[in-house]
Every structure is written in structure tokens, then in C-alpha cells.
Ligand binder design. Structure first.
Ligand code: NIG
Ligand code: FE
Length: 430
């Protein structure tokens, strides 16, 4: 058992856990000042005000349990990052320079760069190297407070390549304490050799890749990049119909480059989330209104590519929920630092700190299909929480961009990473 005591503020507490937070509710965030938190068996077992510590049902056990003194520090549920591509073969800084010189993401893609560039490199890299590099990235995002992450394939674009990535994701799940969901993204781009017969590539995805992925249980979700220059809504519809029939939930990369119809096709297939959303107008908002699909913005990609920001405020004002993820990938968002995403949410999209925190905890837990077990401080949820450095308030989290405000990360009830000099071991609590 672990007791965290004298917490300056325990943030995102829920007495009655919700699946997601919508509209104006996104601006409120429940907290307890001067709090304690009890973790038992990897699960959040109790929390409350320090002054009520002696009425905790676990009070007698506090004499002999592990204790962390959190004076001056905040405790939050770990970030849930519902959109990444963090298994990739190599960085792509030469394209970054092309972009600095004025080329657009689409122009780079048309020249065989972008996703196809990563796919060429992936074919040359062994599974072991992919795994080692991805492990390093996961260790890094844990240090920034991420406790659950979705990872997509999509840099293989061949049967073998896609399966290679999904196998690496499966091994990451076995080797790391972070909660991982896998997404099959065979329809990330049309490979060069299929450019004049694209329907044959869609056939390959639908008839060979998807059935194998489903049969081997290599993925939880299936995704398609439905946008101008990538997959059409009709192709997306075909792929998602097959995926859903095989038991994979849908997700979509949509409306990043144009009003692509991706949001509507995602809603049609009850996608868990539609992601990017720079081109979201009235029709798209209307389509999302009565759906269970989580609109998700990816500030890192929009920032890196210099895209006009998705209309986050419009969506929230319409009563929609909003999630925010990192899109960690080598082409458009080479960082999985969710604290930076939180800052971008406030600075670029004008999200209040409360809205940003909701968008990266409860709402991304929903987009990861783990809302019942992660995303808030609630009794019975998995104990994936972080303790900040001594900071003035939770608003300091988006405010102080660039600094790592997370000091200690606890996953499944175990201290995984700590920058604090002295996390106490067995220590008398009372
Ligand atoms: O989410 N938009 C499409 N896919 C990725 C980019 C992948 C890449 O360029 O490598 C994204 O931004
Ligand atoms: Fe992406």
C-alpha cells in the first residue's frame, strides 16, 4: 500500500466517474486542497482531505505502508495520449529543412517523402532496433507524465511491415508499465508502387492485412488517413466497414488538409475518435453532435506544420467534448511531451487550464477506450498518477511551457520515475 500525503492539491477527482466531459463542463475541474491519496493493489483505494485522514478505512495500515510526502506538490491522473505513431524507424529532419525552405507537407508527400520516406526506412530496420528506439521514447513520455498511450502502425504499408510494427507494439505492452492500445493504420498512405492502381492497395488492406490483424489480435483499433491526397471517404468507408465487422473499433485521421468528409465517415462507423480537425465547419460539428465520437485536436502537428488551428472553441461552445493528444511521429510532431501540448492548447487554442486538463485526461481516456479505468482520480481506477514538482497551481502546468513540471510518476501503483532526491520508503505516516 502507498499513501501520498500533504498533497497541496489533488486534481481531477471524481466521486462519480464520467465517461467524458462535454461543452461548458470542460471548464470545471474538481480538486481537493491539502489532500491524501491511498493506492492499494495498483488501484486508487481512497482519497480525501488531510484533516479526514484518520477516518480513512485504511488508517490502521498507514503505520506500516510506503509513504510519500507531497508538500507543495500537486497530484494528477497521468496524461492519456490517445494518438501517437511512436514506433518509427528514423527521424526526418531533412524534410523539416524542406519545410523551412517553403515546401508544404503535401508537396513533400507528393515527392515520395513523408510517410513513404518512413516506410522505406522501416523496411531496412530490424524489429529489435524498432523496439529499442520505441522503448526509449516511452521512457521519455513517462517522465513527462504519460500513463496510457495509443500507438499506430502505418509506416509499414506492406503486409510484413505493418505486422512488424504491430508486433513491436505488442512487445512494448509486455515490457512497459504504461497502458498501451494498438491501432492498425495500414491505410496511412498509398505506397508508391500502387499509385496507379490504388484500389489494389485498399484490397490488400481489406482482404489480407485486416483479417490477419484481427485474427492475431494485434490491434484494438483501425485507423485511416482520410484526407486530400490520401484516402477518399469511399475508400475509408470500405476499410472501416471491414474493420468494424472484424471487431476493431474505428479511429480516423480527418480534415487536416481539407473538408475531407473524414469526420462524417468516422461518425458513420461510430469511431472512438476523429483526429486533427483543422477543417471543421458547421456540417462537421452537426455530424459530431449526436455521436459518440470524440473530436480530438493534435496541436503538435498543427504547430509543426503551421496549419490554421482547429476551431476548438467553436466545438466546445456547440456542446461537443474535446480531446487533445500528441500525435508523436517523425513527420509532423516529433515530440510526445503532453505538457507541451497542454501549453499549446492554452496558447494557440485558448483553452482554459481546466479545459486543457480535461482534454488530456478524461477525454483522451475515452478516445483510448479506457475511460472506465483511467483518466481521473476515482476509487477503483488504475493508480496511474503523477506528482508535480513544488508549483503554485495547476494553471502553472500550461503556463510554464518547456519545463518538465512532473517529478514522480506512479504507474499501476508503483513509483516508476522520480526526479525527487528522496522518495521515502517505509516511513511512519502518523
Ligand atoms: O498524424 N496526418 C497523417 N499522419 C501523421 C503524419 C505521419 C508522418 O508524416 O509521418 C499525422 O500527422
Ligand atoms: Fe497521426
Amino acid at each position: 500500500m502507498l499513501l501520498i500525503r500533504n498533497i497541496k492539491e489533488l486534481v481531477q477527482v471524481e466521486k462519480e466517474p464520467r465517461l467524458k466531459v462535454c461543452g461548458k463542463d470542460m471548464a470545471s475541474l474538481d480538486t481537493i486542497r491539502d489532500a491524501y491519496l491511498v493506492i492499494h493493489g495498483g488501484i486508487i483505494a481512497d482519497f480525501g482531505r488531510m484533516q479526514d485522514l484518520d477516518s480513512s478505512p485504511f488508517y490502521p495500515d498507514f503505520l506500516s505502508c510506503q509513504v510519500i510526502e507531497a508538500g507543495g506538490r500537486l497530484v494528477l491522473p497521468c496524461w492519456c495520449d490517445s494518438h501517437t505513431h511512436l514506433v518509427f524507424p528514423a527521424s526526418r529532419e531533412s524534410e523539416f529543412i524542406d519545410k523551412i525552405r517553403g515546401l508544404s507537407y503535401e508537396e513533400i508527400a507528393k515527392r515520395g517523402g513523408g510517410i513513404l520516406n518512413s516506410a522505406r526506412k522501416l523496411a531496412e530496420v530490424s524489429e529489435e532496433v524498432l523496439l529499442e528506439d520505441a522503448l526509449r521514447r516511452i521512457q521519455e513520455i513517462i517522465r513527462y507524465g504519460t500513463g496510457a498511450v495509443e500507438i499506430k502502425s502505418g509506416y509499414g504499408l506492406t503486409f510484413e511491415g505493418e505486422i512488424k510494427i504491430l508486433r513491436v507494439i505488442r512487445r512494448l505492452r509486455e515490457m512497459t508499465p504504461v497502458t498501451i492500445k494498438a491501432t492498425f493504420l495500414g491505410a496511412h498512405a498509398i505506397p508508391f508502387e500502387y499509385r496507379t492502381r490504388r484500389e489494389k492497395y485498399v484490397d490488400l488492406v481489406v482482404q489480407e492485412m485486416l483479417p490477419y490483424v484481427a485474427q492475431e489480435k494485434l490491434a484494438d483499433f483501425a485507423d485511416v488517413f482520410c484526407d486530400r491526397g490520401f484516402f477518399t471517404p469511399e475508400e475509408t468507408d470500405r476499410i472501416l466497414t471491414a474493420a468494424v465487422t472484424l471487431g476493431l473499433k474505428a479511429k480516423i485521421h480527418a480534415n487536416e488538409l481539407d473538408y475531407s468528409g473524414g469526420i462524417q465517415v468516422g461518425v458513420k462507423h461510430s469511431a472512438l475518435s476523429v483526429d486533427h480537425l483543422e477543417y471543421t465547419g458547421e456540417d462537421e460539428i452537426e455530424a459530431l453532435m449526436d455521436s459518440d465520437t470524440m473530436p480530438t485536436i493534435l496541436p503538435g502537428a498543427a504547430f509543426f506544420l503551421g496549419l490554421k488551428p482547429a476551431p476548438a472553441r467553436k466545438m466546445i461552445n456547440a456542446g461537443l467534448s474535446l480531446a487533445m493528444a500528441s500525435d508523436f511521429n517523425p513527420g509532423t510532431s516529433p515530440s510526445g511531451n503532453m505538457q507541451l501540448i497542454l501549453s499549446m492548447g492554452s496558447i494557440i487554442y485558448k483553452l482554459l487550464p481546466e479545459e486543457g486538463i480535461n482534454a488530456m485526461t478524461i477525454n483522451t481516456a475515452y478516445a483510448l477506450d479506457v475511460a472506465g479505468s483511467l483518466g481521473s482520480i476515482a476509487i477503483g481506477k488504475k493508480a496511474n498518477v503523477f506528482i508535480t514538482k513544488p508549483i503554485p497551481s495547476y494553471s502553472y502546468l500550461p503556463y510554464a511551457f518547456g519545463e518538465n513540471k512532473v517529478e514522480t510518476v506512479i504507474l499501476n501503483g508503483e513509483v516508476i520515475s522520480s526526479q525527487q532526491s528522496a522518495v521515502s520508503g517505509q516511513q511512519q505516516a502518523i
